[in-house]
Design a protein around this ligand. Structure first.
Ligand code: ADP
Length: 160
C-alpha cells in the first residue's frame, strides 16, 4: 500500500490543488489530503470550513481521503504509514521555500521523502491567495475553483 500525504492550508481548495490530487491518485494507492489547523496564517475559512470544502471536492475519488493535520508533519506521515509528502510546484517562486521545507523535513526524519508535481498549465498561476483577492473584489472565480468553493467565497463576501 503506497500512501502519499498532501499537506496544505487549502484556504480554500482550488482547481490547482484538485489537479494535483487527481494526478497523485493515479500514482499512489492512497492519497491523504492533510488540512493544517494553523491559525497563525489568519485564514479566511475556519479549519472546519476548509476541511469540509476539501471533503466535498474529493467525494467520488475512492482512494482519496481528507483529515486534519495535527502537529509536526514528519511525525504525522510516519504515523499514517505514508511513503511520501506531496507538494506542488508552480513557478520558480515556489522553489526556494519548497526546497527548504523538503530538506528540513528530511533532516527531521530521513524516512520522509518529498515529491513535487506540476499542475496543468492553466493552473500554474493559480493560488488560494489570488482567488480570495479576486472574489473579494467581486470578480468571477468560477474557472478557478469547484462550484461549492465559489459559493463559499461568495458567502464570505456577504459576511465581510
Ligand atoms: P501551504 O500554506 O502549505 O502552502 P497551500 O494550500 O497554499 O498550503 O498549498 C498546498 C500545496 O499545494 C503547496 O505545495 C502549494 O505549492 C501547492 N499548490 C497550491 N496551488 C497550486 C496550484 N495552482 N498548482 C499546483 N500546486 C499548487
Amino acid at each position: 500500500m503506497r500512501t502519499v500525504i498532501y499537506p496544505g492550508s487549502f484556504d480554500p481548495l482550488t482547481n490547482g490543488h484538485l489537479d494535483l490530487i487527481q494526478r497523485a491518485a493515479h500514482l499512489f494507492d492512497r492519497v491523504i489530503v492533510a488540512v493544517a489547523d494553523n491559525d497563525a496564517k489568519s485564514p479566511l475559512f475556519t479549519f472546519e470550513e476548509r476541511l469540509d470544502l476539501v471533503s466535498q471536492s474529493i467525494r467520488g475519488m475512492k482512494n482519496v481521503e481528507a483529515e486534519r493535520l495535527p502537529g509536526l508533519l514528519v511525525d504525522y506521515v510516519v504515523r499514517r504509514g505514508g511513503q511520501a509528502v506531496l507538494r506542488g510546484l508552480r513557478a520558480v517562486s515556489d522553489f526556494e521555500f519548497e526546497f527548504q521545507l523538503a530538506l528540513m523535513n528530511r533532516k527531521l526524519d530521513e524516512r520522509v521523502e518529498t515529491i513535487f508535481m506540476m499542475p496543468r498549465e492553466t493552473y500554474v498561476f493559480l493560488s488560494s491567495r489570488v482567488v480570495k483577492e479576486i472574489s473579494r473584489l467581486g470578480g468571477d472565480v468560477s474557472a478557478f475553483v469547484p462550484s461549492h468553493v465559489g459559493r463559499a467565497l461568495a458567502g464570505k463576501r456577504l459576511v465581510g
